[in-house]
Design a protein around this ligand. Structure first.
Ligand SMILES: [Zn+2]
Length: 196
């Protein structure tokens, strides 16, 4: 019997699906955009409050206040600011100064409203879901190793993750999906080239 553990999957009405593959809540948030690198197919999975509430339940974030369409707009704003800083790091580049400044302003605002619930180690608590997710982004930037940040190897996917493998060998968001798809496409391209 196979011992591979299946991760839970969130399925969408259009046949698409999501797995929490980021290895960090802030990256799973960034990955709520599907096919980010293929503009013809890009889908935003957090279009409204209901979708956001469903996603939050999927990733295990407890809701302490109402989730409205406005909440979703706030989360999307945060998500894109995090993406613009983290994606360059994942491909070995530097984020733009303006993008860093805009994320910094957002995060410091959230920390300014947070309650201190414990010290050494410092623990902060916030009420709203956007603030909770912003604290997750803060922790990602504060505590994780940028050298483990990766962008999925498929040319259209764009999902980001922390490579927690010992030899830092993870290439795909999911080898069953992007890995197989890309290998099949390369195989097909090779075969058609050979036939010419
Ligand atoms: Zn992928």
């Amino acid at each position: 019997m196979e011992s591979t553990q299946r991760r839970p999957v969130l399925r969408y009405d259009d046949g698409g699906w999501a797995e929490a593959i980021g290895g960090h809540l802030a990256l799973d948030l960034v990955n709520t955009v599907s096919w980010r690198l293929d503009p013809a197919r890009t889908v935003d999975r957090l279009p409204d409050g209901a979708a956001l509430a469903r996603w939050a339940a999927f990733v295990g974030v407890e809701l302490r206040s109402a989730v409205t369409d406005e909440t979703a707009a706030g989360v999307r704003r945060l998500r894109e600011r995090v993406y613009r800083v983290v994606q360059p790091l994942a491909v070995g580049a530097e984020p733009a100064a303006a993008d860093l400044a805009s994320l910094r302003r957002l995060l410091l605002g959230v920390v300014g409203r947070a309650e201190v619930t414990a010290v050494m180690p410092l623990e902060l608590a916030v009420v709203s879901l956007p603030d909770e997710l912003a604290l997750a982004a803060w922790r990602l930037l504060e505590r994780e190793d940028a050298r483990r940040l990766r962008q999925c190897g498929a040319s259209d996917c764009g999902w980001l993750f922390l490579d927690r493998t010992k030899n830092r060998s993870r290439v795909w968001c999911s080898s069953a999906d992007c890995g197989n798809r890309t290998r099949a496409r390369r195989h097909y391209a090779r075969r058609t080239a050979e036939q010419r």
